[in-house]
Every structure is written in C-alpha cells, then in structure tokens.
Design a protein around this ligand. Sequence first.
Ligand SMILES: Cc1ncc(COP(=O)(O)O)c(C=O)c1O
Length: 214
Amino acid sequence: MIWYPYAQMKTLDPPIKLSRAEGVHLYTEDGLDLIDSVSSWWSVIHGYNHPEMNAAISGQLEKFAHVMLGGITHEPVQRLSAKLEEWLPGDLNYCFFSDSGSVAVEVALKMALQFNTNRGSERDTVLALEHAYHGDTFKAMEVGDDEDYHFAFGSSNEKKKGVIHIPTELPALEKAFADCGERLTCFIVEPLLQGAGGHEDVRCVIPPKSPSAL
Ligand SMILES: Cc1ncc(COP(=O)(O)O)c(C=O)c1O
C-alpha cells in the first residue's frame, strides 16, 4: 500500500499511472500525453529524461552512487561546491549538503542557533513571515505559517514561542528589528516569492542583487 502525499486516503482519486516522461511531457500507460507544469514540485526544472543529466548521473553511478561526507570528500562534491560559491553573494562561501528542502531548513536554523550559542548569546528567536511555507519537518513547520499543511501539529502562536511571524511589509520588518532585534537568531524567507502562501511581494523585502538573480 502506498501512502500518497497531501491526500486523504479515503477520498483520493486514483493516481495517474505513468510509463515514461520526456521534457515537460508525462506519458501514461493508456496513451495520454500530459504536460507537467509544476516540474514534480519544482524538482525537475530541466525536464524529464534530460540527456545531459542522464549521462552525468549514469557516469557517476559507474563510479559510486553516494558516499558520506563525514571524513570523506571527492571531486564531484568539490566541483559543485565551487560552482555554487561562484554564484552565491558576498562571503556566503560554505556549502552544507542535505537531502531535501525541509532538511536544508532544519540545518540552516540549527546553524543560526548554534552560531549564537557558541558566542554565548541569549538570542533565541527566529523571525519569519506570515503565510510562509518552509517544509514539513517539525522545526520547518514551526517557522512556517501555513494552516492548510500543519494544523494537525499545533500551528497556534502558543506552540511557536521561539518564532515571530510578521506581515510581508517593510514597516513590519523594521518594527520587528527595532522591537526585538536583540533576541533574533535569524530571519527566514522563502526565495523570491511565497509559493504556498501566494504572496509575490517578498521581492519588496529582499531586493535581488541583480536582475539575473530572478
Ligand atoms: C520554500 C520551500 N521551503 C522548503 C520546502 C520543503 O522542501 P522539501 O519538500 O524538499 O522538503 C519547500 C517545498 O515545496 C518550499 O517550497
């Protein structure tokens, strides 16, 4: 039995059964050609069955599929890290690899908290935006503010004591820094727009460095 995500098992429509995928197309066993306009929730942004990516993946599989980075390194991870470093702004030169968006959020929050703990600071609060979505692991749910996804796990402010949610507006941001800037460990923002919350105006809060960043 497969438990499908974001669906009520009792009322679930039978899922579409695929046989192959190419570019933006998903082909079903019974001959339908569908266009996947969400790229498998944004994780296949270069399209399915991309020849260059397939070749890179198979080439790497011939050597090894995965090794831990605990005490070990290798050329592909060093190359990827160097490439990301070129794109990242300012002195954001360190890459910590994790396996999903939610875990990346957990890691980033842990780093921010530990940075402050190491400095002996009392900072204990995360600043976040109303209607934000940061993933489905527990800390990610706490910094998120999306009832639809997380109501069953206690989304009331009572249960989110270490997080302050503010509206997506510059005055609210300035007020939060003025009122409780000394308590903040970090400010977490979705990149470019608030997807699940449907707010585009995040761009007003953090202007991109250059038009190409969009
Ligand atoms: C902004 C944002 N953060 C975190 C996540 C969680 O990522 P994942 O589903 O890979 O855990 C998502 C997923 O849609 C997201 O849109």
